[in-house]
Design a protein around this ligand. Structure first.
Ligand code: C2E
Ligand code: MG
Ligand code: MG
Length: 715
């Protein structure tokens, strides 16, 4: 925009030299810069070279017809004030001047005293018009950026709108940007229309301003959400009262808000409410039940062995399976079954996904426990329908725990806890069934917490002990290895066997420090025995399932053996098939990493898991330990004997060392020997014994099996 302090530059266009000279002189004298042009073409050429602030144009000179319009068409010409010089009372010429986009006219003969004033006013008006135009443009840009439009509504129902508002409403109105309030109201979606109409009427009649969100439909079918604020503007000068408002398109903001709400409230994989939202939804049901003195039930539905689905088919297929299950449960809950129990379904049941493989259902207004049991049975049936995954038919089961309000707990966290405990009981009882929560379970859970704290303390107070059970060549009696077995030297309970605390340690995460302690102690013993000059035979250590998830295990064990100056072969790591089958791919990777470091690998309790023999080939192991169950009955022949023989043959075929566990009698030992299994471990040779006792056995180097020792041997 031009700086007002600079002198304005005028262009005088007239073929009359005298008049041109006079005008130029007068205007220069008044402080303007003045240029002149002798013809229309000359004027256009000069205007093209530089913009002028004002043009004085003689309309009567020959050939100038249309030049005002041509100047307007040039760059900088659109807004320049053009003053037409015309003959007095020449109305035709004046009209022509305006029709040629002139700004104003000055009649001839020119009043030289007034000329500079006329020019100055024309310039001032032009600057004001320019400022208004710029501020309007600025407002339009701001409105466009903010997706906001403004409007005014008059008592006759006319509505004047900004360009942005028209764009937002996708409305066609005349060039004056006017429409009718009714036409705009028709754009509001049916559902919101009455509300908007009522707010506007109330504003018009009582002057109550409003601010509200509503949706509008565009002709392309899109629905946008807008926020509108409006107020009544009283005209102080007796003019009509108008309503003025601003309307902003907030569709994106609303969508983001809805998405955030969805993410915060719903589970992404199944679309069901999540745990937090479930708590919100369940609140009113429990309040109603309290008011009406009715009962509610929380059913915690845990899909059995779901890890296996993820392992076998991958996580995304696992999610798809969960989605199918969620749809089934949802369908069933919405369907007629609940209604057939005499209840209106919709607000009687809330379903949510509350964990990786767990759903929760809250059923309101239950009369008796039997109804919850019926619901549980039907849910189990719905879950048990085959699901096709990668063209395989998968049949799943679930364990359901049921807790009642208000008997079992008086709030949702309590009910959830009880239902989860009942699930543990259902799983413990063999899965695929429902279980009610009861006090005994509560007591069990409390005692479990105590036992956990006790074990934590025991580990911290160094109460763990290692016992060692020799592995013997049954033909010669030579000790060829040993297994380290953990015990807990408890102040009150005495020596506690691992069967009573390993599972607890696994459930509570204490298995990690326990395993670390066992490994370190085993290495320390190996070092001490070597230092004492005892024969060096490998020592086996049992790994826990969680150890197999630790990909840095091989590196950690290497560091450990190096710290004690031991060869890796002196350590043999025992794990079960079940542990490896949880995630075959990473199991194989871990075994390979351990093997690469030189550690011995042994498959414990072989035959009790449910691995396929196909996998056995893939596990890079050195040793198979035949489970005691096959050994116990082996000597009597029959199926156990046949199986033991088959396992021995299989191990040999695969080039593995086969060890029989739990050999208690010389018959068993002889049978195994006759089938080619000379490596044996069991009470017949020695029970697991403390460190010093094992050191003594090692010093001798061999064991003569004596059955009568079994009864007398320590734990
Ligand atoms: P396992 O690894 O299969 O160990 C063999 C179990 O059979 C030992 O029981 C041993 O005492 C017992 N056994 C050995 N010979 C005979 C026999 O002739 N007759 C009978 N009836 N039993 C025999 P233990 O020491 O009670 O250990 C039980 C299980 O606890 C072990 O089974 C192993 O799975 C686990 N375990 C023991 N120590 C550890 C450990 O340090 N870490 C981990 N993660 N698990 C361990
Ligand atoms: Mg073992
Ligand atoms: Mg075993």
């Amino acid at each position: 925009m031009k700086d007002e302090r600079e002198p304005s530059h005028l262009l005088i266009v007239d073929d009359d030299m005298l008049l041109r000279g006079m005008a130029a002189k007068t205007l220069r004298h008044a402080g303007f810069n003045v240029s002149d042009a002798v013809s229309g073409e000359d004027a256009l050429a000069q205007f093209a070279e530089r913009p002028y602030d004002l043009v004085l144009l003689d309309l009567t000179m020959p050939g100038l017809d249309g030049y005002a319009r041509r100047i307007r068409a040039m760059a900088h010409g659109a807004q320049v004030p053009i003053l037409i010089l015309t003959g007095l009372n020449d109305t035709e010429a004046i009209e022509l001047a305006y029709s040629h986009d002139a700004t104003d006219f000055i009649t001839k003969p020119i009043n030289w005293t007034l000329l500079s004033h006329r020019v100055r006013y024309a310039l001032r008006a032009s600057l004001a018009a320019e400022a208004t135009r710029r501020s309007r443009e600025c407002l339009a840009r701001a409105q466009s950026l903010a997706g906001m439009g403004n409007w005014a509504m008059f008592p006759d129902g006319r509505m004047e709108c900004s360009t942005e508002l028209l764009r937002m409403f996708d409305a066609s109105v005349d060039a004056s940007r006017c429409g009718t309030a009714d036409a705009f109201l028709q754009r509001v979606v049916m559902h919101d229309r009455d509300r908007v109409g009522a707010a506007r009427s109330q504003l018009a009649e009582q002057g109550t301003p409003y601010g509200m969100e509503f949706r509008i439909g565009r002709s392309d079918g899109a629905v946008r959400t807008v926020f509108e604020q409006a107020a009544r503007i009283q005209n102080d000068h007796g003019g009509p009262t108008t309503i003025e408002g601003i309307t902003q398109d907030i569709t994106e903001r609303v969508q983001a808000r809805e998405r955030i709400t969805e993410l915060a409230h719903y589970d992404g994989a199944t679309g069901l409410p999540n745990r937090q939202f479930f708590a919100e939804l369940a609140g009113p049901s429990l309040e109603r039940a309290t008011r009406n003195g009715t009962g509610c039930a929380v059913l915690h539905v845990d899909i059995d062995r779901f890890m296996g689905v993820n392992d076998a088919f991958g996580r995304s297929q696992g999610d798809a399976v969960l989605k199918t299950l969620a749809e089934r449960l949802c369908h069933w809950i919405r369907g007629s079954d609940l209604a057939s129990l005499g209840r209106a379904p919709a607000d009687r049941a809330v379903l949510a996904r509350v964990g990786g493989n767990a759903f929760t259902v809250l059923i309101s207004d239950l009369v008796g426990k039997e109804q919850a049991a019926i619901v549980a049975q039907r849910l189990l049936k719905a879950i048990g329908q085959p699901i096709i995954v990668e063209s395989q038919s998968l049949v799943l089961t679930a364990s359901i725990g049921i807790a009642f309000f208000p008997n079992d707990a008086k709030d949702l966290p309590g009910l959830t806890r009880c239902a989860e405990q009942a699930v543990h009981a259902a799983k413990g009882a063999g899965r695929a069934q429902h279980r009610f929560f009861d006090e005994q379970m509560n007591a069990h859970a409390a005692s479990r917490l105590l036992r956990e704290a006790d074990l934590r303390r025991g580990i911290a107070h160094n109460e763990l002990r290692l016992h060692f059970q020799p592995k013997v060549n049954a033909r010669s009696g030579a000790i060829v290895g040993a297994e380290a077995l953990v015990r807990w030297q408890h102040a009150e309970r005495g020596l506690v066997p691992p069967g009573e605390f390993i599972a607890l340690a696994e459930e509570t995460g204490l298995i990690q420090p326990l395993t670390d302690w066992v490994l370190e102690s085993a290495c320390r013993c190996l070092r001490e025995w070597a230092d004492a000059g005892l024969p060096s035979v490998p020592l086996s250590v049992n790994l826990a399932a969680s150890s197999l998830a630790d990909m840095s295990l091989a590196a950690k064990l290497s560091t450990l053996t190096q710290r004690f100056g031991l060869a890796p072969e002196s350590l043999m790591l025992e794990m079960t098939e079940t542990m490896l089958m949880r995630d075959v791919e990473s199991g194989v990777a871990l075994l390979e990493a351990l093997r690469a470091k030189g550690f011995g690998l042994s498959l414990d309790d072989f035959g009790t898991g449910y691995s396929s023999l196909g996998y056995l080939k893939r596990f890079p192991i050195d040793e198979l330990k035949i489970d005691r169950t096959f050994v116990t009955d082996a000597a009597r022949g029959g199926r156990a004997g046949a199986l033991a023989s088959a396992i021995i043959a299989l191990g040999r075929e695969l080039g593995l060392q086969v060890v029989a566990e739990g050999v208690e009698t010389s018959e068993q030992s002889a049978f195994l020997l006759s089938r080619g299994c000379k490596m044996q471990q069991g009470y017949l040779f020695s029970k697991p014994v403390p460190e010093e006792a094992y050191a003594r056995l090692l010093r001798v180097g061999s064991i003569v099996p004596r059955e009568e020792c079994i009864a007398m041997a320590p734990l």
